[in-house]
Design a protein around this ligand. Sequence first.
Ligand SMILES: Nc1ncnc2c1ncn2[C@@H]1O[C@H](COP(=O)(O)OP(=O)(O)O)[C@@H](O)[C@H]1O
Ligand SMILES: [Mg+2]
Length: 252
Amino acid sequence: MLLRVNDVYKTFPGPVAALDGVSLDVHSGEHVSIVGESGCGKTTLARVIMGLVDPDEGSVIFNGHPLLTAHSRRGDFSRQVRMVFQDPFSSLDPRYSVRAILKEALRREPKMTPGEDFLRMRKVLDLVRMPADILTRYPHEFSGGERQRIAIARALMTSPKLLILDEAVSSLDVLVQQEILAMLEELQQRMPVTYFFISHNLRVVRRLSRKVAVMYQGRIVEYADRDTLFNAPSHPYTQVLLKAAFNYEVSP
Ligand SMILES: Nc1ncnc2c1ncn2[C@@H]1O[C@H](COP(=O)(O)OP(=O)(O)O)[C@@H](O)[C@H]1O
Ligand SMILES: [Mg+2]
């Protein structure tokens, strides 16, 4: 078991709990998607897993180690679990070159020689299909899709076991979205990383993940193999989501 989320609750001031008893197991290599409408708690779940938010109740176990508080999630954990956020324009510091951005990710890694650094950077840029000569360039020189590739490259610098992608393609044009998804699909074959892919878009989710969890108002209402979920959804809310996605597809 790579990740176990165990009966997690999190309440913010407001009428509904952000997380209302969420449990979820992710096995290594089993790419999982979380899908659900805006506000259902997806990002809060990601932030709890990342240790950016402490749950009110419940626990997260990563690779056999319980992660009880945000404070304890340092060191090895932060190398093994990496996150890519939605907005490619705010996630890369404009003052730093691509080289500096990628190098920053190695801050807590055992010391490498400059040659080793460079090889690692070339490798991750190749994984996201960007040329190595961009290392001297700056974020403002790139499109949103290219920036998102750089953000993914940065996340891969520490060879994480789990990569959380929170609406990572949602702000991109459909065509660019398709390119990034194709790149992520290819990456699955080239690197032993497990995706935890968060999206409000069922069609995006269908492409990338074997298992899909449907979230609604802070709960996981259905967690099933992709084919089961898309062909024979058991929860009424999943059926509503599928219908909405289908209608969207047929009417331009
Ligand atoms: N830091 C916060 N303070 C107050 N309320 C929050 C905070 N983060 C999330 N929420 C609330 O928790 C709920 C779930 O939000 P979120 O996890 O961002 O959902 P999603 O990512 O699915 O859109 C929403 O009602 C949101 O307003
Ligand atoms: Mg969100």
